[in-house]
Write a protein that binds this ligand. Structure first.
Ligand code: PDD
Length: 281
């Protein structure tokens, strides 16, 4: 049983001992796509959704996946069986292949599969996050889950330096998403979230929260909202695989939300019930 496991094209071992070829296009170009999912009770939560999104990202970047979704699922579960039980972050990426540096695609080179598994301690879902705002200077393909994450890294670092948990991206007045999460608001009993266009990642947790809204009867609106609406929201909800849906309590040092805790509690309970049900042994 390993604590942290690394896998590369069929080879696997303790993560810190694993190495990859210098010519993997991940290094030169970030030429790849990825997914991150949570395993609980030995079950990878929402794995079908993650595989579907990976296939969609691959399609947009014309990366040829040489596995079926079933084969990839089997590899992930095989690796998961080799690490200590407990909540695990299952991270995997597919890169375009290994070749001398040249921008255009290499010919006849198969894609590479990387997997890392590490134990994860989930945060307290009642803890309110502290956020900062950062201008969204990313490219116009934020719906593709690519390895090109420099603006996200810079924004996450600014949050860390400010003693905060996440950065909220905005393009001018319009709020898009966060450095590594989606963001939504509750206002007058409605759940409002950016539409899934090219400006945000179509988060699986975001989609699950929309389902949970339907389940508990909270009306939803998939439309853009502004920084002013964010600051004036009844609640601000940040969502990602590792966090689930959690509330923010502060943005740029100003208190936010706190006016619809009961509505959010119903939503969070519905989300958590689905999570527990789908990851039951
Ligand atoms: N981050 N937006 C961005 C830019 C993200 O990187 C993520 C996920 C999300 C939320 O998506 P989901 O609910 O499917 O996890 C939104 C993952 C966890 C990461 O990069 O580690």
């Amino acid at each position: 049983m390993m604590k942290e496991l690394g896998y590369y094209n069929g080879q696997w071992g303790p993560l810190e001992t694993m190495t990859v070829p210098m010519n993997d296009r991940a290094g030169y170009f970030g030429d790849g796509i990825y997914e991150a999912a949570l395993a609980h009770n030995g079950v990878i939560f929402a794995l079908d959704d993650h595989l579907r999104r990976l296939w969609r990202s691959a399609d947009k970047l014309r990366i040829e996946l040489r596995w079926t979704q079933d084969e990839m699922r089997d590899i992930l579960y095989d690796m998961l069986s080799k690490v200590e039980p407990g909540d695990t972050l299952v991270y995997w990426q597919v890169t375009r292949g290994t070749a001398l540096r040249n921008h255009a695609f290499p010919n006849g080179v198969p894609a590479n599969l990387w997997i890392t598994l590490k134990p994860i301690t989930l945060g307290d879902p009642r803890h309110r996050l502290r956020l900062i705002t950062v201008e969204d200077t990313r490219f116009l393909h934020c719906d593709i889950k690519t390895l090109n994450l420099i603006p996200n890294v810079m924004a996450a670092q600014l949050a860390a330096e400010a003693g905060c948990d996440e950065s909220v991206f905005h393009r001018g007045e319009v709020v898009t998403e966060c450095a590594h999460s989606n963001i939504s608001i509750l206002k007058d009993g409605r759940f409002i979230t950016h539409p899934t266009d090219n400006y945000i990642l179509p988060g699986i947790t975001r989609a699950r929260l929309l389902d949970a809204c339907a389940e508990v009867g909270i009306p939803t609106e998939e439309r853009t909202f502004t920084l002013a609406e964010l600051m004036d929201a009844d609640e601000v909800i940040v969502s990602s695989t590792t966090k689930g849906g959690v509330l923010a309590g502060e943005i740029d040092g100003q208190a936010v939300g706190g006016r619809a805790e009961a509505v959010f509690a119903r939503l969070q309970a519905a989300y958590t019930a689905r999570y527990e049900r789908e990851t039951a042994k």
